[in-house]
Design a protein around this ligand. Structure first.
Ligand code: ADP
Ligand code: MG
Ligand code: MG
Length: 883
């Protein structure tokens, strides 16, 4: 194998495509040299050599010694200097460089090739003694640290004392003689700490540094970094040996780092810092305050020190040209390192620059508008998950934060408001115009009104898929869940976090993106939904095949969904409409009724309310499809649980407390998730579904009569396991439809379909499709029932399961493609066999998850339905899945 690849001086043995072999740094140095940029000549020892070096007990084969000698000869040929030559010595850097950048993890040695003799030659040749001795002392310190493993503290201390003795504050005040004196001290430190003199043989230096760079691959910090970032330990690092260029040769020399565009805003402006008369890491090390690249940036910051544009106008113009060239070549924003040696610009590194979500969006859109990349490429480049950050208000990054504790970042966005500890109080205070944060130990369906009224939700218990988290995401409310340090004293109306106490009504702030909980108000900044975001969405929609709908049950949610581009409602959960304070009494009377007659009397009161709900939703959705799921939860969810509520509820419902308690006890279930719910309610009490169907068709007819817009209601029966269940329920719905059409003297198209959320339904989908015009995969329940895992209880063990690799990701966040996915595939195939063209979609949390959306695209489903705030994410993810 070839282990050494040269670059510079008109030669490039490798290129950007050789990242795995040459590491990112080496591959890009070769690439830059290849396109004619000024790159100091050098060579790369491959990552394969690193692996072999470890396989062979940390030794170098003879063949590589020969190749390295040829590499050195290459550099000597280009520079005209000789390695170890006393008169005109070649100095090199020995730089690490893995496949992926591991910032700050790996080692680099600069100025290698200096010794007591070559330093004299360097001084004479450069005509600058001070520069030569400055370089030598830098080399001794770096080599001692990286290669010899000596503590750098001793060197720093010696430099501090030297400066103090002379009354200096800055390194730049040190004279040639001062540096010379310090070099003598440094060598003494090495002898004392290492028991041997500092290595004078330049070849020993080179091999020592090469071994040390390979060695840094297995350093503790590199291992930890790799584990956290899922980088394989087998890859190894490459070593780059490169002729030194000197930014520390006086006032016409400099070193700097830059981005071709602003990595935090995405602005197409030169962005970076540089330092005159400095070397390598001085810019990032913070020894001196770096100067701005451009005059504009300097003026904005109100800084005095001249910018590069002002101090070195010609070199800066050259650098600006290089920026252009690099972007044209790589077609992406680059992060670069450069050095200026006596007015001459040298490029030392380039790589694709890291950026914020905001910058990623702007850069992708700008580059496509500039013609640098295609629109599809722009669509492909933006991470859909990152959009989430952009769709919600965020905390002002410059504001101060008094952090109380940290929970899980359950729903993005930030909010401030008065802490309140129950939902009724939240609603009352919000109605009075106050911003409130609902703080609960955990939330339940009874908290919906409080969650709606609150600006944000904070819970002490519950994971990323707890009730609070799921509902908050659906509503677009920021939420921090599982803040375990938090306790609430309902008597004293205070919450406690460690030693801190917050009384009800005091202001708190939550950051749903980080999970932070803060005392007091922290200012927020609003998202920008037009502009670049709008443009990218238009491009995404051009390539997208899947339709995107929203899970929405209120007119407000439907409006949000439409604003975000939803093409229909994929899941309207009717039970949320029953929790409304004005209706729950009628709901309870219905539950408490002794017979069908009593139930019908109560349902008659609910009918106009339900009809009004649907009317508003149909109006907002103006002709788009709306899937309405008939009542799903077990009835006891609507009854009180607390002792002190019974009397009040009994009085309102017109029964005595004993009757109420008896009925509540009758309805109690050991496992409500698998209990009397879904279509089982409709099978036992058909009048409930009949009322709901009637409300739907009356509303649809009314809206059609008023606006002429053809609403197509899609009536969905939940928790079906058998064809017979669906047939019975469909008959109820059809009968209601016929009755309404006769009364209103108007016919409408409508569909009756089912959720597929039980494994049996998926397996028997071929039969069920006889009665179903559509399937909507209820992936939340389908995951629970397929895995046999209750999502309300999964928090206790699911993280361990993911850590141990049992599930690759949380199956409630991203579809378990192997298991649940196979059931969906079976159901889709069998359903289509019975009813070609059967409409297929998914609803549930997975509808907004990019990986799950990719899976749905693969199956050719018709649509996914996501919570309103995730609609843009789903649009982008669906576009990427189609590319
Ligand atoms: P890192 O990966 O930690 O950035 P580098 O190998 O890029 O490490 O080098 C560290 C610093 O030294 C950078 O600022 C780089 O520009 C500088 N440097 C590396 N090689 C040379 C060289 N041949 N001449 C001048 N400066 C160099
Ligand atoms: Mg670097
Ligand atoms: Mg369900």
């Amino acid at each position: 194998a070839q282990y050494v690849y040269r670059f510079g001086g008109g030669v490039s043995d490798g290129g950007a495509g050789d990242r795995n072999l040459l590491g990112g740094k080496g591959a890009n140095l070769a690439e830059m040299a290849g396109i004619g940029l000024p790159v100091p000549p050098g060579f790369t020892i491959t990552t394969e050599m690193c692996t072999r070096y470890y396989d062979e007990g940390e030794t170098f084969p003879d063949s590589v010694r020969v190749e390295v000698a040829a590499g050195i000869a290459h550099i000597e040929g280009v520079t005209g200097k000789r390695f170890g030559d006393a008169a005109d010595p070649l100095l090199v850097s020995v730089r690490s460089g893995a496949r992926v950048s591991m910032p700050g993890m790996m080692d680099t040695v600069l100025n290698l090739g200096l010794n007591d003799e070559t330093v004299v030659g360097l001084a004479a040749k450069a005509g600058d003694e001070r520069f030569a001795w400055d370089s030598y002392r830098r080399f001794i310190q770096m080599y001692s640290d990286v290669v010899l493993g000596l503590d750098h503290g001793a060197f720093e201390e010696a430099l501090e004392i030297a400066k103090e003795d002379r009354g200096y504050t800055l390194d730049t005040e040190m004279s040639a003689d001062d540096w010379k004196g310090l070099v003598a001290e440094y060598k003494a430190v090495v002898e004392r700490e290492w028991n041997k003199p500092f290595p004078q043989d330049v070849h020993d230096q080179l091999w020592g540094a090469t071994a040390a760079v390979f060695g840094s691959w297995h350093s503790e910090r590199a291992r930890v970094y790799r584990r956290l970032n899922h980088i394989s330990g087998d890859w190894g690092t490459a070593v780059n040996v490169q002729a030194m260029v000197f930014g520390n040769m006086g006032d016409t020399s400099a070193t700097g780092v830059a981005f071709t565009r602003d990595p935090s805003t995405g602005d197409n402006a030169h962005y970076g810092e540089f330092l005159i008369n400095a070397q390598g890491e001085d810019v990032v090390a913070g020894i001196r305050t770096p100067q701005y690249l451009t005059r504009a940036a300097r003026e904005t910051a109100g800084a005095k020190a001249a910018s590069m544009e002002e101090a070195m106008p010609e070199t800066f113009a050259e650098l600006a040209k290089v920026f252009r060239l690099l972007e044209d070549h790589y077609r992406d924003m680059q992060d670069i390192e450069f050095t200026v040696e006596r007015g001459k610009l040298w490029m030392l590194q380039t790589r694709t620059g890291k950026r914020t979500a905001k910058a990623a969006l702007k850069i992708a859109v700008d580059m496509a508008s500039e013609g640098l990349i295609a629109e599809e490429e722009a669509v492909a480049r933006v991470d859909p998950a990152a959009l989430d950050q952009l769709l919600h208000p965020t905390l002002d990054p410059d504001a101060q934060r008094d952090v109380l504790t940290k929970g899980l970042p359950a729903s993005p966005g930030a909010a401030s408001g008065a802490a309140v500890f129950d939902s009724d109080t939240a609603e009352r205070r919000a109605n009075d115009g106050e911003a409130v944060i609902l703080v609960r130990i955990e939330t339940s369906p009874e908290d919906i009104h409080g969650m709606h009224a609150a600006r944000g939700i904070l819970t002490a218990r519950g994971g990323m898929t707890s009730h609070a988290a799921v509902v908050a995401r659906g509503m677009g409310r920021p939420c921090v869940s599982g803040a375990g340090m938090l306790s609430i004293d309902m008597k004293a109306r205070v919450m406690r976090i460690g030693s801190r106490e917050i009384a009800e009504g005091e202001t708190v702030t939550i950051d749903g993106a980080t999970g932070e909980v803060m005392a007091g108000a922290v200012p927020t900044v609003q998202p920008e939904l037009a502009g670049d975001f709008g443009t990218l969405m238009v491009w995404a929609d051009k390539v997208r095949r899947l339709r995107i709908r929203a899970n929405a049950e209120t007119p407000a949610d439907c409006r949000t969904a439409r604003d975000f581009g939803a093409e229909g409602v994929g899941l309207c959960r009717t039970e949320h409409m029953f929790f409304d304070a004005a209706r729950i009494t009628a709901v309870r009377q219905m539950i408490l009724a002794a017979d069908e007659k009593g139930r019908r009397a109560a349902l008659d009161k609910l009918l106009p309310e339900q009809r009004a709900d649907f009317t508003e939703i149909f109006e907002v959705m103006a002709g788009l499809p709306v899937t309405i799921r008939l009542l799903d939860p077990p009835l006891h969810e609507f009854l009180p649980h607390e002792e002190d509520e019974f009397a009040e509820v009994a009085a309102a419902a017109g029964v005595d407390v004993e009757t109420l308690k008896r009925r509540a006890a009758e309805l109690h279930e050991f496992n409500p998730m698998l209990g009397h719910r879904g279509c089982r309610l409709g099978v036992t009490y058909p009048e409930i579904y009949e009322m709901q169907a009637r409300a739907i068709f009356e509303a649809a007819c009314d809206v059609a009569a008023k606006s002429g817009a053809a609403v197509v209601p899609e009536v969905m029966i939940p928790l079906v396991a058998t064809k017979r269940e669906l047939e019975l329920m469909k008959a109820v719905v059809d009968k209601a439809a016929e009755a309404v059409f006769a009364e209103k003297d108007r016919r409408l198209d409508y569909l009756v379909g089912t959720m597929i959320e039980l494994p049996r339904a998926a397996l028997k989908a071929g039969e069920i499709a006889d009665a179903a015009a559509f399937f909507s995969f209820g992936t939340n329940d389908l995951t629970q029932t397929t895995l046999g895992v209750s999502r309300d209880d999964a928090g206790r063990f699911l993280t361990t399961y993911v850590d141990k690799g049992i599930y690759a990701t949380d199956p409630f966040v991203s579809i378990d493609v192997e298991g649940v996915g196979e059931l969906i595939e079976i159901a889709a195939t069998r359903g289509r066999a019975t009813r070609p063209g059967i409409k297929l979609g998914i609803c549930g949390e997975h509808g907004g998850d990019p990986a799950s959306i990719r899976f749905c695209e693969g199956l050719g489903l018709d649509y996914v339905s996501a919570s309103p705030y995730r609609v843009p994410i789903a649009r982008l993810a669906a576009a990427q899945a189609a590319l």
